[in-house]
Structures are given as structure tokens and as C-alpha cells.
Design a protein around this ligand. Structure first.
Ligand code: ZN
Length: 205
């Protein structure tokens, strides 16, 4: 008797039996693709999906249990979005990802968005640019921030960019909530940047 007869592998979403190297079945994977576009004054934000079930649960598993196979599924969604909207560049863009706060990196040991960037780089052949960083020191206003959450929010939004100017970039992130972090990152990079985000949190947009 084969092992898969004893312990069949099931799709995390619909519970249908699937091959051992899969996490979800093809039709569930396909149903995650819900592309949309948010037009801003100076740039468009492209979304591959929506932050709702089953994606929200899968994303939690990815972020807290480091499930690399999910990075593959999610990066495919980013890639499909890029193709779907036929996003054009004048040159081969580089991939920038939203960096993790040091404290989060320490706790998790990895940045989930970096894993997404790595898989996305494999699919597109575009190089990763890791020159977007979070400022280490708190500015005066951050120290003076009224409460813990306000302070964290501000720290999260302080970036600096050491990359080459006059280049074109794709910036990726997992969830867009307020859009403030992304906006700050794009302003800091100050080049042609196209944001492709895994999912939007509809409650906040
Ligand atoms: Zn399924």
C-alpha cells in the first residue's frame, strides 16, 4: 500500500485529494486570482486578490509558519496580475520588497515579503533590489509619539533608499491596509515604481 493511500494529501481549501507536492488544488488556486486596479494621482496600484477567506487564512499560515509552497502560489498570483494588466516598462525593472521591521525579523527569522520577492524573481527573471531599508534610529517625532501603536506605525513608515536613481522598479507587498507604508516607500524610492500587491483589505480602501 502506498503512503498516499494511508494519508492522502488534501487541498487546504476544498479538502479534495491532491498530489503530495501541492497545498491547494488547481481550481482553488485559480479562484484566488481576483485582479483589481486602484488609480492614484501619480501611480496605479495593482492587486492580485482580496484579503478575505480563504486567502486571509493562507496568508496567515505563510506569515507565521513559513510555508514556502504558499510563496510559490502567491508569487504566481502576482505574476498573473502583471500579465493581466500588461504592465509595461521601458527597461527591465528590478523587484523591491517592503522590508520588515528588525523586531519582526528577529521574531520570525525571515521576511515573508522577501520570500514572495524571491519566487516572483524566479518567475519573471527580474533581479531583486534590496536597497530599500527601514531607518534604524527613531526620529524626534517618533520618540514623542503619543502611544505604542502610533510609534510602531511611524517606525514602519520610515524608509531610506540606496538604490540607483533613474531606474524602473516593481514594488511588492503582501497586504495593502492603509496604503501609507506603500506611499512612503514609493516617495522614498522616487523613481518609476509600479506596485503589485498580493491583496487589498477592502475594509480599509
Ligand atoms: Zn481545492
Amino acid at each position: 500500500m502506498f503512503l498516499n493511500e494511508l494519508f492522502p494529501n488534501k487541498c487546504k481549501v476544498c479538502k479534495k485529494e491532491i498530489p503530495f507536492n501541492k497545498i491547494i488544488c488547481e481550481s482553488c488556486e485559480d479562484s484566488l486570482f481576483q485582479p483589481s486596479l486602484l488609480k492614484k494621482t501619480s501611480y496605479n496600484i495593482y492587486f492580485a486578490s482580496v484579503y478575505e477567506e480563504p486567502l486571509s487564512s493562507l496568508l496567515k499560515e505563510f506569515k507565521f509558519k513559513e510555508n514556502i509552497h504558499l510563496a510559490k502560489i502567491f508569487s504566481k498570483l502576482l505574476y498573473r496580475t502583471y500579465k493581466h494588466y500588461n504592465i509595461e516598462f521601458n527597461e527591465i525593472p528590478e523587484i523591491i520588497y517592503i522590508p520588515s521591521i528588525k523586531r519582526h525579523l528577529k521574531k520570525r527569522g525571515y521576511n515573508p515579503v522577501f520570500l514572495l520577492a524571491k519566487e516572483y524573481s524566479k518567475l519573471t527573471g527580474f533581479n531583486i533590489n534590496n536597497k530599500l531599508k527601514i531607518q534604524k534610529r527613531y526620529s524626534k517625532s517618533q520618540v514623542e509619539a503619543n502611544n505604542y501603536f502610533e510609534r510602531i506605525h511611524q517606525v514602519k513608515n520610515k524608509f531610506f533608499f540606496e538604490g540607483v536613481k533613474e531606474k524602473e522598479y516593481i514594488i511588492i507587498d503582501d497586504v495593502l491596509t492603509t496604503g501609507a507604508t506603500l506611499e512612503n516607500a514609493i516617495k522614498t524610492i522616487n523613481n518609476y515604481v509600479v506596485p503589485i500587491i498580493l491583496c487589498k483589505n477592502v475594509k480599509n480602501i
